[in-house]
Write a new protein. Sequence first.
Length: 265
Amino acid sequence: MTDQIPTGIQTHIPNVARMYDYYLGGKDNFPADREAAEKVLTVVPEIRHSARSNRAFLGRAVDFVARSGIRQFLDIGAGLPTQNNVHQVATDARVVYVDNDPTVLVHGRAILGKNENVTIVQGDVRRPGEILDHPDIRAAIDFDQPVALLLLAIMHFVPDEDDPEGIIATLRRAMAPGSHLILSHVAIDARPEAAEGVTKVYDRASSPFVPRTGKEITRLFDGFDVVEPGIVNLPEWRPDPGAVVPYKGIGSYFLGGVGAVTEDR
């Protein structure tokens, strides 16, 4: 991490975006983040693989919807910039990254520079109305045209009292027919005994971890037509030809899917 810490960044509190960066092998993290991440790894050692699977899923899903003709992407809870970001996969699209983390905003703007097709905006997924009304987002995204909405590994940090299903419904109502939702979410079906240990670590971090079952995650796609192969563990979602798909048959552990908007708002 840079020696000059931007104002507003709390280095002593484990931060979920920086912990995720650590799982991916990144360097944009602090001792508190690494200590918390290592505690999670003692409970769920395969989380490094899962984080990489999530990035790979992003790439395949974005490529899929881009090939369907979508040319604008709204990535909420984007996290720290890493390899294979949305704008690097859909190279001719307009992309808006949204995050409420000052670390993400500072580093994202520094890395992306003056890319005219990319906008970075501060916003919180728990307040979707504010995101939809943000002037910079409105300037970049035409909601009368199909848009791809990304909610990758973010909704498992949204407690039930914040109404995650209602949040997604609000965003869906703003999406024109032909739009797509790309969503991933950790599931506890395969390792229910690990949920308590992981939750305890994230209770001391910048956002809590909310354990949900595959059935609960599936409800987040209500109102969308889920495309094949459905809501599945990330490596099983349209794997590249010849790719090894691990952990088959163990149950839901990190689910992802793509849903289409087919009806008028």
